[in-house]
Design a protein around this ligand. Structure first.
Ligand SMILES: [Zn+2]
Length: 291
């Protein structure tokens, strides 16, 4: 029976990142913890980060090269954390366009940067896949159905970057399509000036923004060596280090945060800060127990 076979299978974890670097910033510590426990970890890069607002006038091949470069940076960073290249899936959808894919539905989208209307990378999951809602949803659903993850790390619905919000929507839709019931752990990257202060402060805890403290946050405390590895991995994103180095290192804290039941709409500005720590179940994440 397949049931006894399934019993022996290591728990499967999926990390879904809109851009190369989100996977390490959000979960570079907890990925190491999962691997330490013998869990199977796969990472999905939805885009290769092949867009750049400042360079719109540059030729398409510049952005194709950027996409390839950023993909390689993720491979290198994740290898440092123990994730083999074979366990990294690059979907190759267009950077800064995922909200369009979600909204436009059937029309193929053309990237403003690469000018591609289909996945242009031969090393991607499905080269030539059209830039459509159906295509991205089908890829994610297929991967979920194959992997059967017990836990998925995905963007928080209140993340203010449109690609991040769209990846949340696509992942929720794919989970629904797959009929699976994985635990969803939502991570935040873009939210105003959060995390504050900017820059490397590894002794400081990462706390939820005050306006999002109503969520059900769990935290993973990084071991010393996990934090060191995470910092080394962040340094691999050299294409980003030039101009947002301080910002990237703002995520190198002594813990990582995940919201189990986020609200996707604003609940207004009522803030009850004293409740913050009670809502934050410190060290209680299932990957955290060190029995
Ligand atoms: Zn991102």
């Amino acid at each position: 029976m397949s049931r006894s076979h399934n019993k022996k299978r290591a728990p499967r974890v999926l990390v879904i990142a809109p851009h190369p670097d989100d996977e390490v910033l959000a979960s570079g510590g907890v990925i190491q913890e999962h691997l330490r426990k013998g869990h199977s970890v796969k990472v999905i890069l939805v885009t290769c980060g092949d867009g750049q607002r400042r360079g719109l006038l540059l030729p398409p091949k510049h952005f194709l090269r950027l996409g390839e470069r950023r993909y390689r940076e993720s491979l290198q960073a994740l290898q440092l954390l123990g994730v083999h290249e074979k366990r990294i899936i690059a979907l190759g959808y267009p950077d800064r366009s995922l909200a369009h894919l979600w909204a436009e539905r059937s029309q193929p989208h053309i990237s403003r940067y690469t000018k591609a209307h289909a996945v242009p990378y031969e090393w991607a999951y499905r080269p030539g896949a059209p830039y459509t809602y159906e295509s991205l949803l089908a890829d994610l659903t297929e991967i979920l159905t194959t992997e059967h993850p017990a836990v998925i790390y995905l963007p928080h619905p209140r993340d203010r970057h449109s690609d991040h919000h769209a990846v949340y929507l696509f992942t929720r839709a794919a989970v629904h399509e797959s009929g699976l019931r994985p635990q969803l752990r939502h991570y935040l990257i873009h939210y105003g000036t959060w995390p504050f202060p900017v820059g490397k402060c590894p002794d400081k805890p990462l706390l939820p923004p005050r306006s999002l403290q109503h969520g059900e946050w769990i935290t993973h405390e990084l071991r010393t060596e996990q934090l060191q590895r995470k910092c080394q991995a962040i340094s691999c994103y050299r294409s980003q280090m030039h101009y947002i180095e301080d910002h990237l290192f703002s995520y190198a804290r002594r813990n990582e945060l995940f919201d189990l039941s986020p609200s996707s709409v604003s609940r207004g500005s009522r803030i009850r800060l004293p409740r913050l720590l009670s809502g934050l179940r410190r060290g209680r994440s299932s990957v955290q127990s060190r029995a």
